[in-house]
Design a binder for this molecule. Structure first.
Ligand code: KMH
Ligand code: ZN
Length: 270
């Protein structure tokens, strides 16, 4: 099977506001439109956070349902719910959207400093989220922000708490986590087995170099406004689609075909 490039687009995130990034999609229609444009540009997975009527991050099931319906009406894609929410989202709320049985959902592998905040993922939390996903056959995208999280992943896999079919996402460059360097990416991917497919995103200025490296290594990539609001130094991205289009262009030039949504499902075993 050819290993086409699976592009994930993280369209909104939980930490940004319009003060920082004026084009941020916030309402259900804006998020759905931005997701559709990203899919047309080559993304096959939409990593989804949603916002309430005040533009604040929420794990409210009704909002997730509304945005999901709107995306599905516009296009076919793999919708991956965030169970991380925002820093400080009550742990009890984080698993709520899983009731809607998305095809994929994120599963962060540990607690860490997140800028000036703490992103909390106790073992109990991770196990609760993993168990909820397992029961509903939701494929986890395991989020690795730092190297010790690989050990947690290995332990949980060993105990059968994470299904063999999962996807690993290296989120590098969060202040408090591992830096988005190529050496770190090689160190992390060396620890994976052959069956573990992976993707990477780099926050900030490392975004593009790490993306290009992942394409060359045979990994997959995540982009989107959640991860970088800049298209280039000092130049804000205009949209999620603009970021995704560039990756699609580079991948084609590098001889790595971009996966259609159907192909991404086949490769991931969804
Ligand atoms: N917003 C971050 C604190 C996820 O989506 O699962 C956590 C996050 C991870 O974005
Ligand atoms: Zn996220």
């Amino acid at each position: 099977m050819t290993n086409n490039l699976i592009i994930t687009c993280a369209v909104v995130g939980a930490e940004l506001s319009r003060d920082i990034y004026p084009h941020l999609p916030l309402s259900p229609d804006e998020i759905a439109n931005s997701a559709e444009e990203a899919v047309k540009a080559g993304a096959s997975i939409i990593h989804l956070h949603v916002r309430d009527e005040n533009g604040l991050p929420t794990q409210n099931v009704d909002v997730f349902e509304e945005v999901t319906d709107k995306i599905k009406k516009r296009c076919d894609c793999i919708i991956q719910y965030s169970t991380g929410g925002a820093v400080g989202t009550p742990l009890s709320a984080r698993s709520d959207p899983l009731r809607l049985k998305p095809e994929m959902a994120t599963l962060s592998m540990g607690t860490m400093n997140f800028g000036a905040d703490i992103y909390e993922n106790s073992l109990n939390t991770i196990e609760h989220l993993a168990n909820t996903m397992m029961k509903q056959s939701i494929m986890p995208e395991v989020e690795i922000f730092d190297c010790g999280m690989m050990d947690t992943l290995e332990r949980m896999l060993g105990k059968g708490m994470i299904p063999k079919k999962h996807h690993v996402d290296f989120v590098l460059g969060v202040p408090g986590g591992m830096a988005a360097t190529i050496k770190n990416l090689i160190f992390l991917t060396d620890r994976l087995s052959k069956d573990q497919a992976w993707t990477v995103t780099g926050l900030g200025k490392a975004h593009l170099p790490i993306t290009m490296h992942a394409i060359a290594m045979g990994g997959h990539v995540r982009s989107g406004i959640e991860d970088t609001i800049y298209y280039s130094k000092g130049e804000l991205a205009l949209s999620n689609a603009q970021l995704v289009k560039r990756i699609s262009r580079i991948a084609e030039e590098m001889g790595r075909p971009v996966a259609s949504v159907g192909k991404a499902r086949e490769q991931l075993g969804l």
